[in-house]
Design a protein around this ligand. Structure first.
Ligand code: GLV
Length: 298
């Protein structure tokens, strides 16, 4: 906020996601828009912002913005890559460990007062050593997840359009789903990746495998995931993102072998501060006629 105040007057909205009509009214006459992934920056909002030079999203994902339309109107769109890579990679591993070792399930059991004491065969989880981590998409965050894999003794497979240097095996999505013990999603949400993980994809996974999603909710068809869990087609799932946040498909709430986290992967004080500062610095650059630091070029 201090950085933005240095640039001029700031109209601050503090009540969460802005309703589209409010957004349309408040954006009129403004030079810059700093927005969150919960704000829907659609064509009508962009049309209302006739003076806008820059739309700075405080997120690395930008599926909430009609980027092509904004750019066609001469606006610069920016996001916040890099500064959140490590915290999201750490969190992905927190989720992998939590679901394979049944942390949340155990916590719930203790809180219910149902723990009867230590037993040799009680609440057994799955070991990671010697298993395959399958990364769907190998961008910045997935690579940071991949470099942590040897610490846990996991080998890494990935599927991506690009081929990436490193001790990672590139394979088709089908083969990755077929052979991985943990499948972790790291693709952008686009029309090509919406419901990438549907019934067919889930059927391809091993019955002993886990699905982890820290990307965007609609990459997974939640109804299909609930079906796959019901049919015991996979061992479990860990979700940080959902199709209709903050709603969660009610069927998913029924399963003990699903970890449900409220979109927290980048939520550290350090990272969220860096994301906010980067968004403000992008605004400052564009308003001063300089190139933005982290433009979205799609
Ligand atoms: C969070 O989901 C982000 O895209 O930064």
């Amino acid at each position: 906020m201090a950085r933005l105040h240095d640039l001029g007057s700031v109209d601050l909205y503090t009540e969460g996601a802005m309703p589209p009509d409010v957004l349309g009214q408040r954006v009129a006459g403004k030079d810059a828009l700093v927005c969150l992934l919960t704000d829907d920056i659609n064509k009508s909002v962009i049309d209302a912002g006739t003076r806008l030079k820059v739309i700075a999203n405080v997120a690395v994902g930008y599926n909430n913005i009609d980027v092509a339309y904004a750019r066609s109107r001469g606006m610069v769109v920016t996001n916040t890559p890099d500064v959140l890579t490590e915290s999201v990679a750490d969190f992905t591993w927190a989720m992998i460990l939590a679901i394979t070792r049944r942390l949340a399930e155990g916590d719930r059991l203790v809180r219910r007062g149902e723990w009867k004491g230590w037993a040799l065969d009680f609440m057994l989880g799955t070991e990671l050593k010697g298993k395959q981590l399958g990364l769907v998409g190998l961008g910045r965050i997935a690579r940071a997840v991949a470099v942590r894999a040897p610490v846990f003794g996991m080998r890494v497979a990935y599927t991506d359009i690009a081929t990436v240097e490193g001790p990672f095996e590139k394979m088709s999505l089908d083969r990755l789903l077929n052979t991985s013990d943990v499948v972790s999603l790291h693709v952008n949400l686009t029309s090509a990746t919406r419901h990438l993980i549907d019934k067919k994809a889930l059927t391809r996974m091993k019955r002993s495998a886990y699905l982890v999603n820290t990307a965007r909710g609609p990459v997974v068809e939640e109804a299909a995931l609930a079906w796959a869990l019901q049919e015991r087609l996979i061992a479990g799932a860990a979700l940080d993102v959902y199709e209709n946040e903050p709603a969660v498909h009610p069927d998913l709430l029924r399963f003990e072998n699903v970890l449900l986290v409220p979109h927290l992967a980048s939520a550290t004080t350090e990272t969220r501060t860096a994301m906010a500062n980067l968004a403000a610095d992008n605004v400052a650059a564009v308003l001063a006629g300089r190139p933005p630091l982290t433009p979205v070029l799609e």
